[in-house]
Write a new protein. Structure first.
Length: 341
């Protein structure tokens, strides 16, 4: 098994290089980069301050100034040379400077990481530690009123995207009823609270509606996956044989059916690492949560390519490591799996 995971770790390097080369090349060839946006802003300001005839005759910047701007943003070099320099800097956790805020990209990501980790951690915990017992109980009570009623709620929640639910929740509970804030991670007077419990209450008050949007999609998927796997396992021949030989039903379910039903859940376990990093772009935009998701969305809109590349690079590493963790979880749960044997 050790040799298998060593080979998987070795594959991380070429896979990461392939992903970053593709994204880096796209950022170079897609129109509307930082220089183009700066020129558009300058021309817009000139057109507002000049007459139409003067604005049409004036040039925003000279050729020498454009060359200096391209050199400043590193756009004057070939793609391969610029990518090699970016990759070597990234190995030292230097993702460059933001073309919008002129701040180190690594510092910008680290400043917003605690917010995204909070939502990602709570979403991960609630998704798995509620969905698995709920799916287990629904399988045992299949066809009952509880199973039918909960399935209706789950399917309705799954059919609605998280950002649509977010708009509905803000409209009802924040705008009309005024039970929850319109958005943000904490209140403006958060630092004035004297006790830890007041600060924790304020965070939970702001996090209640966004967490519902985060949970609604994965919660439904994990619950129904657990239920369907459990029902399929309970109908297997070895479970019926164990019960026919005198093993109590609850013991057969707990010792045999439950463990085998967790195998598909375990294969998805490592991919949840992305929740700790980015969460959801649209949910953070709707609730104005200053996390990495909102940072990534604004960077894409503003063509802030160093920030986009930094977030993509970190997500790529987390996704590949998550796949390895998923394989390890499957190996621990399923005794039939022996990687490398």
């Amino acid at each position: 098994m050790l040799s298998y995971f060593l080979r998987r770790l070795a594959l991380v390097i070429p896979t990461f290089i392939g992903i970053t080369v593709l994204i880096f090349a796209l950022t170079r060839f897609v129109p509307g980069g930082p220089v183009e946006r700066m020129l558009a802003n300058i021309q817009a300001q000139q057109s507002m301050s000049m007459s139409p005839s003067m604005a049409g005759e004036s040039n925003a910047l000279s050729e020498d100034q454009l060359a200096e701007l391209n050199a400043f943003y590193g756009l004057d070099k070939p793609v391969f040379e610029a990518y090699s320099e970016w990759l070597m800097k990234m190995l030292h956790l230097d993702f460059g400077l933001s073309t919008r805020y002129y701040e180190p990209v690594w510092d910008m990501i680290m400043d917003r990481l605690p917010v995204s980790m909070f939502y990602g951690g709570v979403t991960f915990f609630l998704s798995y530690f509620i969905s698995i017992p709920l799916g287990y109980y629904k399988a045992l009570k299949h066809g009952s009123g509880f199973d039918s009623g909960s399935s209706i709620l789950i399917f309705v929640g799954y059919a609605l995207p998280g950002y649509v639910v977010g708009v509905m929740l803000i409209t009802l509970f924040s705008y009309h009823l005024e039970w929850f804030p319109m958005g943000g991670f904490v209140s403006d007077d958060f630092d004035d609270y004297e006790s830890f419990w007041q600060q924790a209450k304020d965070i939970l008050w702001h996090a209640c509606l966004p967490l519902i949007c985060y949970l609604i999609g994965d919660f439904a998927t994990l619950t129904m996956t657990m239920k369907n796997n459990m029902m399929e396992t309970l109908s297997a021949d070895y479970i019926r044989t164990a019960i026919a030989k005198g093993l109590p039903f609850t013991t057969a379910v707990r010792r045999h059916a439950l463990r085998n039903s967790l195998i598909p859940i375990a294969s998805h376990f490592g991919n949840s690492l992305l929740f700790f990093m980015t969460g959801s772009f649209l949910i953070e935009v709707i609730f104005n949560i200053d996390g990495i998701g909102l940072l990534g969305y604004e960077s894409i809109i503003e063509r802030d390519y160093p920030v986009v590349m930094g977030i993509v690079a970190i997500n790529a590493v987390l996704l590949m490591l998550g796949n390895i963790i998923s394989d390890a979880c499957v190996a621990m749960i399923d005794p039939r799996v022996r990687f490398g044997a």
